[in-house]
Design a protein. Structure first.
Length: 172
């Protein structure tokens, strides 16, 4: 009961607060280009998101993965690539800001959905391969009540016996 009240109160607040009070759009450390690397260079998603088929978390790429192609100096003349090379030559990791997430109390495994469930990335992330600049909000959000309904809607229509809608499947 109280959870529902808090949920409702948050929605109402969200509706009346001026947008200036919401957090500013996150700025990634480098304006990475999915379209160039995925659509043109045809690098598979899992070269960079290494856990997406094999673990719970897909992960965001450490600079060592970028370095396999970018460590011998600039390939082009872009300022963004110059930033990348500074990271590769310096001591600091690239701290990508993660946007797509669910709360700690929800269990979600990429491996189970991508491997066992045979689902394509775009079912849950939209057309990432088309983006030329980083997204500033998840293409499809799985947060809150509406996010939960998105999980449940697919479980219902999937016809897969392991994709149940029992609360304890996702909330442990
Ligand atoms: C398999 C090789 C490969 C990997 C891995 C790779 N890149 Fe690239 N990247 C390229 C090539 C080739 C170009 C140049 C394309 C051109 O200019 O036509 C490029 C261009 C770029 C550019 C400049 C072009 C633009 O759109 O601004 C940036 C920035 C960049 N890469 C960032 C990254 C980052 C960050 C990573 C790691 C997350 C990464 N790259 C991983 C091959 C790679
Ligand atoms: C060469 C490396 C590379 C490849 C290949 C790549 N990505 Fe990414 N991806 C990144 C980097 C770097 C970021 C963080 C910066 C950004 O959002 O652009 C990212 C961000 C994302 C995000 C947002 C994560 C979040 O925090 O919400 C999603 C979703 C994603 N990628 C999906 C994909 C999919 C699907 C593919 C294949 C179609 C793919 N990526 C291919 C490097 C890559
Ligand atoms: C069934 C839906 C679904 C599919 C299919 C899916 N994802 Fe995700 N993805 C999610 C959810 C939900 C999250 C947030 C998970 C969390 O917070 O633990 C997420 C998070 C991510 C992130 C953020 C970083 C991280 O470690 O969580 C990346 C990157 C990502 N996914 C990439 C991919 C790629 C690449 C594929 C395809 C190989 C893929 N996803 C397939 C639902 C999905
Ligand atoms: C596009 C369809 C789709 C979406 C969206 C989806 N699922 Fe699933 N889910 C499946 C399928 C199919 C399976 C069965 C996979 C298998 O065969 O093991 C599954 C299985 C599961 C399982 C049982 C396997 C395990 O890892 O223990 C959990 C838990 C689960 N999903 C949680 C979630 C959560 C949480 C979300 C939303 C954040 C979500 N799912 C969104 C299709 C989906
Ligand atoms: C297929 C996975 C799945 C199933 C089944 C599921 N939930 Fe959820 N639930 C989620 C996700 C995802 C969220 C959103 C978490 C977030 O905001 O990050 C959520 C959020 C919630 C919240 C918090 C709502 C909010 O706005 O913060 C409650 C309460 C909840 N679930 C109760 C239930 C109950 C009760 C059941 C059984 C009738 C159930 N859930 C079944 C995935 C699931």
């Amino acid at each position: 009961m109280s959870t529902h009240f808090v949920f409702l109160a948050t929605c109402l607040l969200g509706a009346v607060l001026p947008t200036s009070l919401h957090a500013a759009s996150p700025q990634q450390p480098i304006a990475y280009n999915h379209n160039l690397h995925v659509s043109e260079l045809e690098i598979p998603c899992t070269e960079c998101h290494i856990g997406a088929e094999s673990a719970d978390h897909a992960t965001l790429p450490p600079k060592e993965i970028c370095a396999t192609c970018h460590e011998d100096g600039p390939i082009g003349e872009s300022d963004e690539e110059a930033k990348l090379i500074e990271f590769i030559e310096g001591p600091d990791p690239i701290e990508w800001i993660r946007l797509t997430r669910v709360s700690e109390h929800v269990h979600f495994s990429h491996r189970r959905h991508v491997k066992a469930g045979q689902l394509l990335c775009e079912r849950c992330h939209g057309q990432m391969a088309e983006h030329e600049v980083p997204i500033t909000r998840p293409a499809i959000s799985f947060r809150r009540e509406i996010g939960m309904q998105r999980c449940i809607a697919c479980h219902k229509e999937s016809g897969n016996a392991r994709a149940t809608v029992d609360c304890v499947l996702c909330h442990r």
